[in-house]
Ligand binder design. Structure first.
Ligand SMILES: Nc1ncnc2c1ncn2[C@@H]1O[C@H](COP(=O)(O)OP(=O)(O)OP(=O)(O)O)[C@@H](O)[C@H]1O
Length: 215
């Protein structure tokens, strides 16, 4: 990999978000590079989830810009989205599908190569070995969160956005996320939205939001 291929940067400038007349934040600026982890912190309603949704194009900023530099190209959140892995309460699962069927279906929908061996490896990595064929309707909330991690990692994305990354997890699950965040440092960057001190301890940088308003 040459120097240009290795370059990966996320930057946000003069970023503002207002819902109706309610300001969430104003004039946020910062940047993040390959290998780094950012924790977005703040009280309930401060705008942590909103920041992640802005980063992946699910919301548009009221003002300001978000840009990704990757492999010598510039992307906005919408054009970068195929290379963003997202884990959070908003990600919906299909109750009638099994864990393996989720990976199969989503890989096809995203135009990724069919690779049963990799899908099984991914499910084992998130602690779902032996549960591949069970319908998600029968999953516990922790198991469902594990599947969301497998889905987020399906395309080996350079950008990983984790909203409340360990909220459903026991200690074993927490260690799993710690490992995934470390692994992500090798080839990409991670943004965590969290109120948990232990999650925030994985971060190199902290963005505190919530000065403008609370809802
Ligand atoms: N679609 C929406 N329409 C209107 N207001 C919204 C919308 N989404 C979020 N908000 C408001 O924006 C603010 C920030 O919400 P957000 O979910 O980003 O906060 P958060 O910091 O993630 O909160 P929590 O810690 O409770 O998860 C809140 O006041 C919320 O009510």
């Amino acid at each position: 990999m040459n120097r240009t291929d290795a370059a990966l940067q996320l930057s946000w400038q003069a970023l503002a978000k207002t819902y109706s007349t309610r300001p969430v934040y104003d004039q946020l600026a910062g940047e993040l590079h390959r290998g780094e982890v950012l924790a977005v912190r703040g009280p309930n309603g401060a705008g942590k989830s909103t920041f992640l949704r802005l980063l992946c194009g699910l919301e548009r900023p009221t003002a300001g810009t978000i840009a990704y530099q990757w492999q010598g190209q510039t992307y906005n959140p919408n054009t970068m989205r195929p290379w963003i892995g997202f884990v959070g309460p908003d990600v919906a699962l299909y109750r009638e599908l099994s864990a393996l069927e989720h990976l199969q279906f989503l890989a096809k929908a995203r135009g990724l190569a069919a690779d049963q061996a990799y899908w099984r490896e991914l499910l084992a990595q998130v602690g779902l070995a032996g549960r591949e064929h069970e319908r998600v309707a029968h999953f516990s909330s922790g198991m469902a969160l594990r599947l969301k991690y497998a889905i987020a990692l399906l395309a080996k994305p350079p950008i990983l956005l984790l909203d409340e990354p360990t909220a459903m997890f026991d200690e074993h699950g927490r260690q799993l996320v710690a490992q995934l965040v470390e692994q992500q440092r090798q080839h990409g960057l991670t943004v965590l939205a969290t109120n948990d001190e232990r999650d925030a301890a994985w971060a190199d940088l902290v963005l505190t939001v919530g000065a403008a308003a609370r809802g």
